[in-house]
Each structure stands twice: as structure tokens, then as C-alpha cells.
Design a protein around this ligand. Structure first.
Ligand code: ZN
Length: 462
């Protein structure tokens, strides 16, 4: 029995881990590297194993850094089965088709640039295309339900447990038996926070001999959620009262649905103006919200109560769905409205048009509700840039800027330690999916286990 780490090794993206037992090869996640040019290039490197040799891929959740290289795996010969929850399968479908389109666009753009330079070098091929994404979708199969063991083959079983991170997300326990020896490996996937809207708290983890745990926020504690919701309502109330628009750059999966949930609650409780107009201007977020509606089995008790009373958790009077680009363009006439659009870090998408038409207005505001990586437009605005470049134009930043930090989808240090304490003193704990400093801080706090921080392609006997 062996385990190898082919991604998210001292890094937060590209999750990909390989188990070997009884001549079977089982991959856990197959994520895309994201962040900058260097990381993009990393996606074109060898996987570290032959995709054709993989029997099973167990997918923890539908975020791109966990599923984004699946079409490439499929293009390079993977013929196995991808096992995951029904909700993750549907979200992954959206995410992978969108990613294929972006890969195609990026290749076209780079080739166009090269042709303008009269560069006669080799044309850039997309990492994968729409057909690769569609082909890979054929390999998906749903698990029956959480906490129910699924036999992959004699001697190897996988059980998914609710991770409370995004819709359908799971921790996965793999139980292996070889030569009369048993070994239980638990993969945390990405772990959610306690007390969030829509999803239940992460499920109690089973005991394991080896734990592979994420460490994104291994070195910090989160701000609490309640003051963040208050801050969100206050930003809307004050901006709308002075006739400005509230722009919310948002991530399409989970964060947008959480915002819709809180907007509905705020309106129902009379804490937001009852004539409030909200525009959801992101085709991806609109489709993702439909997937949420189809997967009520993933909801927590509060969201179930909303559904049971005949209400839609993600809908309210004054919510406008904007699919067409032409309709999106007309929003520049709007005053005193809330506009939710992607992308969350303002690196692409429709939010950039809205920023161009609103950033210079003193009465407007921009509310950041998620992580902004270094070098992104979101980060420049958050860090107080007075002028930014948006769609080839210099725009003054006069709008009020809010950064709301309490909407995290990842467990913080205390929650990670609490979760780990329930896994029953595993012999070994591998930390993945974190920057080195965060990993080290978490490693220093873990007791009753041997901690390792594997390097890329490093492998261990279990
Ligand atoms: Zn995630």
C-alpha cells in the first residue's frame, strides 16, 4: 500500500493524491493549478503517473483546484470511473465546461498576440477543450449517499462524509486490505466552517490510520460571521440611501448563493429597503444556483425550514436574473441597486464593466466578500489604489470600498484541530493544500500523530 502526492504539495491548488493497493490505483481529486503564469504552466507538466493506469478517481468537491485537470486526465487516456456525490457531479459539469471555454479563449488570445508579433513559433494548444470536458463527464458516477460504504473492488471501500465546504463536498475515507493487513486513509478534502448558511457543519469524521488534511487557514482564526452579515446590510443601506450602486464581485459557487440567502433574510426581516433591486449578473452563478435548488438533500435544517414553508431560499421580490450580455450592458443606467457579478477577484467577467461605470462615483460602493490573490484587480482596489486600469481605461477609485472577511468557506485553525482530534490519533497526518507557513503553524499544534508535509510527487509506504 502506498500514497503519493501529485498536487497541492506545500501549495493551495492542484489537489491530486494517489493511492495504490492490490494493483489498483485510486486517485483522490485531480485539480487545476491556479494563481499565476507559472502555476498555469505547471498544469502542462507530467501528472507524475500514467492517466491510463488509474482505475478510480474519487472527487471531494467541484472547485476547479480539485477537479480542473479531469478533462486533461481523460484526454491522456484515463478510462476509469469518477465517483462523487450527485451535487458535485452537476457542479463539476458547469465548472469543467466553463474552464474548457477559458482554456480555448486563452490559447486563441496567445496565438493572436504571437501572430501580431509575427512570431512563427509553434501555435499554443489549449490545455484541453470543450470536447475533452464533455468526454470526461461520461466517466462520472454518483455515490448512493453520505456515510454509506461503496465497494470499489474486493478489499477496497470508499465512504463519503459531508465536509460542509460547498454543495456536495465530501471528506473521503478509503479502507484498504492487503495481505491480511487493513489500513484506513481519510482525506479531508476542503473542510467547511461551522454555523454557515445553507450547508450543515462538517460531519464528525471517522477514525483513520492515516489522515490527509487541508491546511489553507492552518495559521489563523476567522472573524465571526454575524458582524460580517451586519456589515453587508449596512453597506447596502447607506449606499442605496445616497443613490449609489453596490457592486459585489462574487464567486459563482456557494458565495453567491450565500449572499442571495442573506439578502432574502434581510428583506424578510425588514433590515433592507423593501424596494431593493438586486441584479444577479453572472451566467455561471445563475446556473450554479439552479444546481443548488435541485440538491436540497445537501441543505441544513434552517434552509430546509425555508423550503418547507414554501419559500425559495435563493429568491425574493426585486431579484433580477441577467443572462444576456445586452441586458447586462443596460445596468450602467441603474442607480441604487445591488449588482452581483463575477469574477470574485475581478480578473475577468462582467464585474469589470460595472467597475468601469461605478468605481469613479463617490456614491457607489464595492463590497469584497472573498479572497483576493496578489496581483489581481480586486487586491489593488482593496489595498487602496487611487487609480486602476479596467478594460483598457484608467479609472479613479472614488467609491467606498468594503472588505468583509467573515464569509469563509474554509475551516480555520481551531476548526481544523477540532476535526483532527475526532479522527482517533492517526499514526500519520499528511498536511496538504496550504502555504508552508500555514502548514507549519498547524503542524506545531497537532499532537498524538506524526506530521509530514509532502513535497510534489513524494510517495510513502502505508
Ligand atoms: Zn474548495
Amino acid at each position: 500500500m502506498r500514497i503519493a502526492f501529485h498536487g497541492a504539495a506545500r501549495n493551495v491548488t492542484g489537489s491530486c493524491h494517489l493511492l495504490e493497493c492490490r494493483n489498483k490505483r485510486i486517485l483522490i481529486d485531480c485539480g487545476l493549478y491556479q494563481g499565476n503564469r507559472e502555476m498555469d504552466e505547471e498544469n502542462r507538466h507530467d501528472f507524475g503517473f500514467d492517466p491510463a493506469s488509474i482505475d478510480y478517481l474519487l472527487l471531494t468537491h467541484g472547485h476547479l483546484d480539485h477537479c480542473g485537470r479531469i478533462p486533461l486526465l481523460s484526454r491522456l487516456g484515463f478510462k476509469g470511473t469518477i465517483l462523487t456525490t450527485a451535487a458535485t457531479r452537476e457542479l463539476a459539469r458547469l465548472v469543467l465546461l466553463d474552464s474548457a471555454r477559458l482554456q480555448e479563449e486563452e490559447a486563441r488570445y496567445r496565438n493572436y498576440k504571437a501572430s501580431k508579433r509575427r512570431d512563427r513559433g509553434e501555435a499554443v494548444e489549449p490545455l484541453y477543450d470543450t470536447l475533452d470536458a464533455l468526454n470526461s463527464l461520461n466517466a462520472f458516477a454518483d455515490i448512493a449517499s453520505f456515510a454509506q460504504p461503496h465497494e470499489l473492488c474486493p478489499g477496497i471501500r470508499a465512504t463519503f462524509h459531508d465536509a460542509g465546504h460547498i454543495l456536495g463536498s465530501a471528506c473521503i475515507l478509503v479502507e484498504m486490505e492487503e495481505g491480511g493487513r487493513q489500513h484506513r486513509v481519510l482525506f479531508s478534502g476542503d473542510l467547511g466552517c461551522e454555523g454557515r448558511a445553507i450547508l450543515p457543519d462538517p460531519a464528525r469524521p471517522p477514525h483513520a490510520d492515516t489522515v490527509v488534511m487541508e491546511s489553507t487557514y492552518g495559521d489563523r482564526l476567522h472573524k465571526s460571521l454575524k458582524p460580517s452579515i451586519e456589515e453587508f446590510y449596512l453597506a447596502i443601506n447607506t449606499t442605496v440611501a445616497r443613490g449609489g450602486n453596490v457592486l459585489v464581485p462574487s464567486f459563482a459557487l456557494e458565495r453567491t448563493q450565500e449572499l442571495l440567502y442573506y439578502l432574502r433574510e434581510g428583506l424578510e426581516q425588514g433590515r433592507l429597503p423593501n424596494h431593493l433591486q438586486v441584479y444577479l449578473d453572472s451566467p455561471m452563478a445563475i446556473s450554479a444556483t439552479q444546481v443548488f435548488r435541485r440538491h436540497r438533500e445537501c441543505f441544513d435544517a434552517e434552509t430546509w425550514a425555508v423550503v418547507a414553508s414554501g419559500r425559495d431560499p435563493f429568491d425574493f421580490p426585486g431579484l433580477n436574473i441577467v443572462r444576456d450580455v445586452s441586458e447586462s450592458m443596460t445596468l450602467k443606467q441603474m442607480r441604487g441597486a445591488v449588482i452581483i457579478a463575477g469574477s470574485g477577484m475581478c480578473t475577468g467577467g462582467r464585474i469589470r464593466h460595472h467597475l468601469r461605470h461605478n468605481l469613479w462615483r463617490r456614491e457607489a460602493s464595492v463590497v469584497f466578500v472573498g479572497y483576493a490573490a496578489e496581483g489581481t484587480l480586486a487586491r489593488q482596489i482593496i489595498e487602496g489604489a487611487e487609480v486602476v486600469r479596467v478594460l483598457h481605461e484608467e479609472v479613479e477609485v472614488n467609491a467606498e470600498i468594503h472588505t468583509i472577511g467573515g464569509f469563509s468557506a474554509h475551516a480555520d485553525q481551531r476548526e481544523l484541530l477540532d476535526w483532527h482530534a475526532l479522527t482517533g490519533n492517526p499514526e500519520r497526518t499528511f498536511l496538504v493544500h496550504g502555504e508552508e507557513a500555514a502548514m507549519q503553524a498547524l503542524a506545531d499544534q497537532l499532537t498524538g500523530t506524526t506530521v509530514a508535509m509532502p513535497r510534489l510527487h513524494e510517495s510513502f509506504v502505508l
